[in-house]
Design a protein around this ligand. Structure first.
Ligand code: SF4
Ligand code: FES
Length: 234
């Protein structure tokens, strides 16, 4: 009784009771796009990129648990457009200049844009003025590229046992803040999980950004989600 069976786009999937739709889909080789969800970090359901329809209702697959007999829609034109719109908005509300970013080719936002066929944003750029914190000897934080996914906040607390990051304010004023006047005043280490989980080029180690040449990086070679979909083909 610990197993449930449901369908994703008509494909029968067996899952563990209590598992999220995202995890069950991953295990079944079905890729559901995501940005704020990351491996075993507790999901917070904030980005909505993983939106699917469950029995007709839009739900975030990273927080919604599986239910016996549920009918999940993932790859529909409506949902692809919905997700594409979110990614489009993330691009214009920050300052993402992929050609100058060390994360290019490893960036999940960029990789999703490629997967969704986004060649140019459809909304006007907002060009917000945001800070760059270079104070730490080994890590930088560029708020221009932060998409407020919260991965670093959760990883710092749950995996590193620290509390380096937090969100302040709400709505359009929401931003990431460090536990001190600057990164150098925190107990962040370059080896912390919080540094490695950032999906974009906002939180990165210094001096290693170009160790892998552009053009030979993860998403230069394979689309995002390819590793998950390969499992479904076996
Ligand atoms: Fe997410 Fe990176 Fe911003 Fe942290 S710094 S909230 S991991 S985008
Ligand atoms: Fe599910 Fe962000 S990945 S809401």
């Amino acid at each position: 009784m610990n197993r449930v069976t449901f369908t994703i786009d008509g494909k029968e999937v067996k899952a563990i009771r209590g598992q999220t739709i995202l995890k069950a889909a991953d295990a079944a080789g079905v890729f559901i796009p995501r940005l704020c969800a990351y491996r075993d970090l507790t999901p917070n359901g904030s980005c909505r990129v993983c939106s699917v329809r469950v029995n007709g209702r839009i739900q975030a697959a990273c927080v919604q648990t599986v239910a016996e007999g549920a009918i999940v829609e993932n790859e529909t034109p409506e949902l692809l457009e919905y997700r594409r719109n979110i990614v489009d908005m993330l691009f214009v509300e920050g300052n993402h200049f992929c050609m100058f970013c060390e994360k290019s080719g490893f960036c999940e936002l960029q990789a999703l844009a490629y997967r969704f066929g986004i060649k140019a944003p459809r909304y006007p750029f907002l060009y917000p003025k945001r800070d760059l914190d270079m104070s730490h000897p080994h890590v930088f934080l560029d708020h221009n590229r932060c998409i407020l996914c919260g991965r670093c906040v959760r990883a710092s607390q749950d995996m590193d046992g620290k509390n380096v990051f937090q969100f302040v304010e709400r709505g359009g004023r929401k931003r990431l803040q460090v536990n001190g006047d600057s990164l150098s005043e925190t107990d962040l280490k370059a080896t912390d999980e919080a540094v490695s989980v950032c999906p974009v080029g906002a939180l990165m180690k210094k001096r290693v950004g170009y160790e892998v040449p552009v053009g030979r990086r993860r998403y230069d070679e394979k689309p995002i989600g390819d590793d998950i979909e390969m499992k479904g083909e076996k």
